[in-house]
Design a protein. Structure first.
Length: 291
C-alpha cells in the first residue's frame, strides 16, 4: 500500500507540472492571438483601399477588353494551391482540418497529380504531402508568430511569378479563416486570375482616379501587388487562427490536467484512508491477542 501511495503522489506531482506548462503556453498563445488580431485589423484598412482602387480599374479594363495576363482566363491545364499550415503541433485540429479538406478537394476535382501544383507554407503541410508522395513544388518554413511581408515576400512573389510564367493557370489559397477564439473555418479562395468581380461591389467602390501615365501601365504594376497583398492577408488570417487554436488546445490540456489531478487526489485519499484503517485494525487485533 505505501508503494501505491508513493506512485500516486508522483503522478500528481508530474501532472501538476504538466498543467503549469500548458497553462503558461495558453497565456503565451493568448498574447500572440491578441497581437495577431490587431495586425489583421490593421491590414484590412490597407486591403480595403487597394481593393477599392483595383476593383475600379479592373472593372473599366474588363469592360473595354484587357491583354493583361492576370486578367485573362486561360484554359485550365494545371491548378496551383497554396496550403497554409503551422510548423509544429500543439494546435489542436488546426492542421488536420485544413489538410483533410485539401485532400478531399484534390480527390474530387482532379484525376491525377499532373493536374495540380502544391505550394506549402508551413512544415506540417509540407511533410504531410511529402509523406503521401505528393510533389511540393515550393515550400516555406519557420515563419515568425507575427509574419511581416518581407518574410513571406519570397513565396508570394514566387507564386505570382509561377502563374505569370504559366506553370499553372489558376491559383487558390487554402487556409483556416479566423472567426473567433473558439472557431475557425476552412477557406479556399481564388487569387488568380483576377476576374471574379461583384458588380455591386464595383459600383460601391467606384471612384474617380486621375491616372498617370495610363491605365495599362498602372495595372501592370498594381495587379501583382494586389495579388501579393491578398495572399499575405490570407497568411495573417491563418496565423491568427493558428494562435487561437493553440490557445484553445492548451486550455483544454490544462483543464484535463486539473481533472486528472482531482481524480488522483481522490484516489490518493481513499488509498491513504484504507492504509490507516488497515493499520488500526492490525493494532486492535494485536492488543486483543495480548489480553
Amino acid at each position: 500500500m505505501p508503494a501505491s501511495l508513493n506512485e500516486i503522489k508522483v503522478r500528481i506531482a508530474s501532472t501538476k507540472k504538466t498543467s503549469q506548462i500548458t497553462g503558461a503556453m495558453q497565456m503565451v498563445s493568448a498574447a500572440k492571438l491578441t497581437r495577431s488580431e490587431q495586425n489583421a485589423k490593421n491590414f484590412q484598412v490597407y486591403a480595403q483601399k487597394v481593393r477599392a482602387m483595383t476593383t475600379d480599374l479592373i472593372g473599366s479594363e474588363l469592360s473595354e477588353g484587357s491583354n493583361n495576363p492576370m486578367l485573362i482566363k486561360r484554359p485550365i491545364k494545371k491548378t496551383g494551391y497554396i496550403v497554409i499550415t503551422s510548423d509544429k503541433g500543439l494546435v489542436g485540429g488546426y492542421n488536420s482540418t485544413i489538410l483533410k479538406a485539401v485532400m478531399q478537394m484534390l480527390h474530387d476535382d482532379h484525376d491525377n497529380q499532373e493536374e495540380y501544383v502544391i505550394i506549402a507554407l508551413g512544415g506540417m503541410g509540407a511533410d504531410f504531402f511529402k509523406a503521401r508522395d505528393i510533389n511540393v513544388s515550393y515550400e516555406l518554413r519557420g515563419l515568425s508568430d507575427q509574419p511581416t511581408f518581407d518574410e513571406v515576400r519570397k513565396i508570394v512573389n514566387k507564386s505570382v511569378s509561377l502563374y505569370q510564367n504559366e506553370l499553372f493557370d489558376e491559383l487558390y489559397v487554402c487556409y483556416n479563416h479566423h472567426v473567433n477564439s473558439l472557431t475557425s473555418q476552412v477557406r479556399v479562395e481564388k487569387m488568380l486570375p483576377i476576374t471574379d468581380l461583384d458588380e455591386n461591389e464595383a459600383t460601391s467602390h467606384h471612384q474617380e482616379f486621375e491616372l498617370e501615365p495610363n491605365r495599362d501601365t498602372i495595372l501592370a504594376q498594381l495587379l501583382p501587388q494586389y495579388a501579393e497583398s491578398m495572399i499575405y492577408g490570407s497568411i495573417i488570417d491563418a496565423k491568427t487562427a493558428e494562435h487561437a487554436a493553440g490557445m484553445a488546445a492548451m486550455q483544454a490540456a490544462t483543464d484535463n490536467a486539473k481533472n486528472v489531478i482531482n481524480d488522483l487526489t481522490i484516489q490518493y485519499n481513499r488509498a491513504r484512508q484504507a492504509a490507516i484503517t488497515q493499520e488500526i485494525t492490525e493494532i486492535v487485533a494485536g492488543a486483543s491477542a495480548l489480553e
